[in-house]
Design a protein around this ligand. Structure first.
Ligand code: GCB
Length: 616
């Protein structure tokens, strides 16, 4: 695997180099591929959508990156050549005749033959465009799992790694007025030295899984901003706006018309303008009052019209304070699995269904596991009043001693925070899930935690830790806890260990005087399968786990939240049990077809009656 990966990268490099040397004058000279940039609020900008039907070619050997038939190496499939009489070599692909694939969308659930496919697929789409003068044009990609390559009119635009974050490729020099085409190659092959690594407990959905568009911005433009309510205050909004490609001294304005508040500042040498805006009459965002304000951010010719909420979050001893007041997080974990149709979730409807179920359950909080979810989910959480735990894909046993892996995790963290820091709903950045307590791991995640703090000091840092046991005592003393504001722990009493009743005699010893969130517990149940309380896979068994867990959770004094595993059944290749799992993890409180299981109602009752924890 590793070997193949190294080979592909080398091939790509040589293909591009060779293309530079050999392309005929009919093709624009390829510029060096750009490193993609991160944008905050890209979805708030006017855009030309490239969603819809794309041509697709499945290419398991990645032959389209180069030609092994022709010395000229002129038929890389990114060139989108059309065969003409007299061609000196055959063109062996034709996007016009290739089957269509929907973007956004994973490929696995669009075509039966691609259900288990892992490898590269080529995408092509034509579009007409009329660039304005003196602008930058970015190809905005919501997410492409895992490794992706983009060309516009045969010119290399960018490469990107990481399957769950958005990025923006500068395509200014490649686009022209009139007919254009874009080619993408997306490769979801798993590699040991990626983030996540080879093993996960979710489906490795491949493709252009989120929206894709062209965004045109002035020469100097707002790429990122961070505007949040200052801790301890109800009237001071602080932060910064960054202007890309601007002169130092560029004026930036931030205005909230509904509060009749406006301020301006100038950028420094680093392109940043520090913002301080005093407001009066601000209604703070909370699950009970998810108030969003229109916020205009302007710099020179550029502007972004945001929709933002303002709230503070901090810890005090073992309390989590939202807007200065203690809060208990009644939550549930959620995968980005599409309700009813399965596949990767991406529509507003998907988000509203999933988060609507969380609301119905009585939640004020959701853990969006195990990777950053998309904008539609975060916008819906802002709107619907659900606090969010946002997580990076540092999952299980990465190569923690490999600097390349750390660099990849850092890049994904930068993209996650840079893209999503405009969402009031997000209160927690989770650095990792269930990682082995080695020194290399601790150092790796401490590095990420410091980076997250440097990027965003207004939110809390957490991670879901593994727990060790001595008899019936669960011990939380993982050294990583030192680097966290809030401790997350996962346990599966009654499913992977012992019996549901074991929870009744389990005690917890926690080495940290910090708030604790039980970030996972649960068990599998096949919706509609009934039996006794001790019959595995039945709704009764799962409900029994929940009943005993709730009793135990109430005996953990510093428990400040919970997000049981999981809201809805989700696809996982690790779950082949025929007639029960059928490639689904069945720990959902709701089936993938929307059937609520008995445990849903147990938890709903507990949440509604405040029978667990101390809610808002
Ligand atoms: C876990 C993992 C989660 C799995 C779950 C399970 O501990 O964090 O990703 O899906 O257990 O069902 O085994």
């Amino acid at each position: 695997m590793k070997h193949l990966f190294a080979r592909s990268s080398a091939i790509l490099l040589s293909a591009v180099t060779l293309m530079t040397l050999t392309v005929s004058s009919a093709w624009a000279e390829p510029a060096a591929a750009q490193t993609p940039i991160v944008m905050t609020g890209a979805d708030r900008r006017p855009a030309t959508s490239l969603d819809g039907d794309w041509a697709s070619i499945v290419d398991p050997y990645f032959a389209g990156l180069y030609s092994f038939h022709h010395e000229e190496k002129r038929d890389g499939w990114f060139l989108n050549q059309k065969a003409k009489p007299g061609d000196p070599f055959p063109i062996e692909y034709d996007y016009a005749k290739a089957p269509r694939i929907k973007v956004p969308g994973d490929w696995n659930t669009q075509r039966a033959s691609l259900f288990f496919y892992e490898g590269p697929i080529w995408y092509e789409r034509d579009f007409t465009y009329k660039p304005k003068e003196h602008t930058h044009i970015y190809l905005h990609v919501g997410a492409a799992n895992y490794r992706s390559y983009f060309w516009v009119n045969g010119q290399k635009a960018c490469e990107h790694e990481g399957g769950y974050t958005s990025f923006n490729c500068d395509v200014t020099s490649a686009i022209h007025a009139g007919e254009n085409f874009v080619v993408a190659a997306v490769d979801n092959t798993r590699h040991e030295d990626n983030v996540p690594t080879l093993e996960t407990d979710w489906w490795n959905y491949g493709g252009l899984t989120r929206e894709i568009s062209l965004i045109e911005v002035p020469q100097a433009f707002i790429d990122q901003y961070d505007l949040h309510l200052k801790r301890g205050e109800g009237s001071a909004i602080e932060g910064w706006v960054h202007v890309d490609s601007g002169q130092p001294g560029t004026t930036v304005e931030v205005e909230i018309p509904e509060l009749a508040a406006k301020t301006s500042a100038v950028t420094g040498d680093d392109g940043r303008a520090a913002i301080a805006l005093t407001v009066s009459g601000l209604e703070r965002w909370s699950p009970g009052t998810p108030k969003l304000y229109k916020v205009h951010v302007r710099a020179g010719q550029d502007s972004v019209d945001e929709l933002m909420g303002f709230r503070t979050v901090e810890t005090h001893g073992t309390e989590i304070l939202l807007n200065g007041k203690p809060i208990f997080l009644h939550g549930v974990s959620i995968h980005a699995e599409a309700p009813y149709r399965t596949g990767r979730a991406f529509t507003d409807k998907d988000a509203e269904t999933l988060l609507g179920w969380a609301k119905e359950l009585g939640c004020n909080f959701v853990r969006l596991a195990h990777y950053p979810h998309d904008e539609t989910m975060l916008r819906a959480a802002d709107r619907m009043g659900l606090l969010v735990w946002s997580e990076n894909p540092v999952y299980w046993a990465l190569q923690f001693d490999n600097p390349k892996v750390l660099a990849e995790a850092e890049q994904q963290l930068d993209e996650e925070i840079g893209t999503s820091r405009n969402h009031a709903a997000i209160i927690l950045w989770s650095m990792a899930n269930e990682t082995p307590a080695t020194e290399a791991r601790t150092q790796f995640i401490e590095t990420l935690a410091s980076r997250a703090r440097a990027l965003d000091s207004s939110r809390l840092i957490t991670a879901a830790l593994l727990v060790r046991a001595e008899g019936h005592t669960k011990i939380v003393d993982d050294a990583l806890g030192n680097a966290l504001d809030v401790i997350g722990t996962n346990e599966y009493i009654g499913w992977y260990e012992q019996h549901p009743e074991t929870a009744d005699v389990t005690e917890w010893r926690i080495a940290y005087q910090k708030p604790l969130i039980m970030s996972e517990f649960g068990g599998d149940a096949k919706a509609g399968l009934h039996g006794g309380d001790n019959d595995r896979w039945t709704e009764e068994y799962q409900a029994n786990i929940y009943r005993h867990q709730l009793g135990m959770l109430n005996r953990i004094p510093q428990l400040r939240g919970m997000s049981p595993w999981v809201l809805m059944d989700f696809r996982s290749p690790n779950r082949p049990l025929v007639g029960i799992q059928d490639e689904f993890n069945r720990k959902g409180l709701i089936s993938d077809q929307g059937e609520k299981k008995a445990a849903f109602f147990i938890l709903q009752k507990a949440y509604r009656e405040n029978a667990v924890g101390k809610p808002e």
